[in-house]
Write a protein that binds this ligand. Structure first.
Ligand code: ADP
Ligand code: ASP
Ligand code: MG
Length: 450
């Protein structure tokens, strides 16, 4: 009997093949996992969504080609793991569902968001089945059970970006994941959920981290461990800046800012449930499980001015101006009512006497109705293809001379909008899209490579 309620989450690269799965299974044992949350095998969610697009366009051969690729990849892992193929929850049954969904979309030439979610969810349903086997092979004396996360992950019906219903999740976790009385390890799926009416949903791309955090909250876990392909949270994305180095400790508030402002290592909403439930979070590499990784805690030993930086591409800047704003109240209220109606979230914002400027993800600008509704109130200017750069640290909004050093390091890179002051942990600004990566490298060199 183990006293721990540890939740471990493994991303796509940690599920890439039988070898990666066996390595991840060993981590589950070494870290006394109680509940293991897995992503689809690497690249599979993209392929599933591509099937929906190709089938919708009537591309029969391409659709079938992708279906075969997915089947072959999973059959290969099943063979390597000596998984037998019987039973209602078998891989072949899931392949049948995949083929039926693809045929249905081909026939209708239409993929509703509900159908897309059902299709995308197959990735995690397949990988969890394989991972249960990998874990059974590794944990010879422990019972390993597959849990269909849809029995606990209750969400609304906002398909593609479903919102969890946390009270319900807690209740269902208590029913399906009993307080531990034996050493059973449960394996379940990230990313997917189910509505009250029994329709499969997904939590948005990269959502398995969020799933794991919600489940950790639901079972009052002792710890949440996110296992990925990098040795923890780094000072910036190592793919953009090879000199980025792992951060041993970071506070929840800093890590949350980092995730929301673009560090893909954590899904933006992951930390909210862990913070509510005060569960410490660890981020480590399933390729190098002995490397130190990063601990996210309420307090850390040090509080550097700049701990890390992130970048968010494809940002739009909306500038709204009207002389009516001068000495008037109610104008911002009217603006935010419109953003609310269109369910658009604003990331950074600055105001002056007669104008207000805010950044949004460029994808929301595809819908022209937002600009139309805003233009009934004021003059609207929209700029696209910008990158938001965020410097994350402590007291970053109170430090004299910081802005000067930032602009010094940026040199000839032009800054479009600065947003400083709202958070003591974040200083962010916009640059032209094609200068974002270079800006990040220059700042990393100046502030984080000494
Ligand atoms: P998983 O499939 O395990 O969820 P992701 O690809 O979603 O993995 O996230 C891991 C990736 O996040 C890394 O490979 C890295 O390129 C990227 N990344 C972005 N910012 C950071 C950062 N600050 N620290 C570490 N990794 C980062
Ligand atoms: N498989 C899903 C995706 O690729 C969720 C995840 O990996 O977190 O978006
Ligand atoms: Mg991820």
């Amino acid at each position: 009997m183990s006293p721990s309620r540890n939740v471990l989450k493994f991303g796509g690269t940690s599920m890439a093949d039988a070898q990666a799965m066996l390595r991840s299974a060993q981590i589950c044992l070494d870290h006394h996992a109680y509940l293991v949350v897995v992503s689809a095998t690497s690249g599979t969610t993209n392929q599933l969504l591509e099937i929906a697009s190709q089938a919708e366009q009537g591309q029969r051969d391409r659709t079938h080609g992708l279906v075969d690729q997915i089947k072959n990849k999973h059959r290969l892992i099943a063979n390597d793991l000596r998984l037998s193929e019987n039973g209602p929850a078998s891989l072949e049954t899931l392949f049948g569902e995949l083929a039926t969904l693809a045929e249905g979309i081909l026939l209708m030439r239409e993929a509703s968001s509900r159908a897309r979610d059902r299709l995308a969810a197959l990735g995690e349903r397949m990988s969890s089945l394989l991972f249960r086997q990998a874990l059974s092979l590794t944990a010879q004396n422990q019972k390993v059970q597959l849990l269909d996360v849809r029995s606990v992950m209750r969400t609304d019906d906002n398909f593609g970006q479903a919102r969890p219903i946390t009270e319900k999740i807690r209740e269902l976790c208590a029913q399906h994941l009993p307080a531990m009385n034996d050493s059973t390890i449960y394996v379940t799926q990230g990313f997917i959920g189910e509505t009250e009416d029994g329709f499969t949903t997904t939590l948005g791309r990269g959502g398995s981290d969020y799933s794991a955090a919600l489940l950790a909250e639901g079972i009052e876990a002792s710890v949440l461990e996110i296992w990925t392909d990098v040795t923890g949270i780094a000072t910036t994305d190592p793919r953009l800046c090879p000199k980025a180095r792992s951060i041993p400790e970071i506070t929840f508030k800093e890590a949350a800012e980092l995730a929301v402002f673009g560090a893909k290592v954590l899904h933006p909403t992951t930390l909210a449930p862990a913070m509510r439930a005060r569960i410490p979070v660890f981020v480590g590499s399933s390729y190098e499980p002995k490397a130190k990784g990063t601990w996210i805690r309420w307090q850390t030993q040090d509080a550097p001015l700049v701990r890390a930086m992130a970048l968010r591409k494809n940002q739009g800047l909306i500038t709204l101006s009207t002389p009516k704003m001068l000495n008037q109240y109610g104008f911002l209220y009217e603006i935010f009512k419109i953003f609310n109606q269109h369910q658009v979230s604003v990331d950074a914002i600055t105001t002056s006497e007669i104008s207000v400027a805010m950044t949004v993800d460029a994808s929301v600008l595809i819908n022209k109705n937002l600009a139309r509704d805003l233009s009934e109130l004021c003059e609207v200017k929209i700029e696209q293809d910008l990158t938001l750069i965020s410097m994350i640290g402590n007291n970053i909004n109170h430090t004299a001379g910081l802005a000067l050093s930032i602009f010094g390091a940026l040199g000839n890179i032009n800054v479009r909008m600065i947003c400083q002051g709202a958070s003591i942990h974040n200083f962010c600004f916009l640059v032209q899209g094609n200068q974002g990566e270079e800006a990040l490298r220059r700042l990393h060199k100046a502030f984080l490579e000494n």
